[in-house]
Write a protein that binds this ligand. Sequence first.
Ligand code: FES
Length: 106
Amino acid sequence: MATITFIEHNGTPHTVDIPDGTSLMQGASSHNVPGIEADCGGAMTCATCRVCVPAEWMDKTGAVSDHEIQMLAFSGQGGENVRLSCQIVASPALDGLCVHIPESQE
Ligand code: FES
């Protein structure tokens, strides 16, 4: 279990408990966190589940696959410390993580 806080672009926080092995996207969606659209349901084809991860947490979020890098580049909305939340899997190592949701997932 990891307690994760999603912070909307307007600063509104949403703190949710996400079971181990569940993606942050799934956890956010099941708690109706606004701003995580996840159009593809985690198939890594939409890039509408982006979050910005604090630099000091990046190592704990796991390796970034080539496919994820390509999807972020294709979306034109990648950038430093931007991840697809469907590719970050909750674990005790992520307990306390705060991620920021972009203004738009366009
Ligand atoms: Fe589509 Fe993450 S939900 S890429």
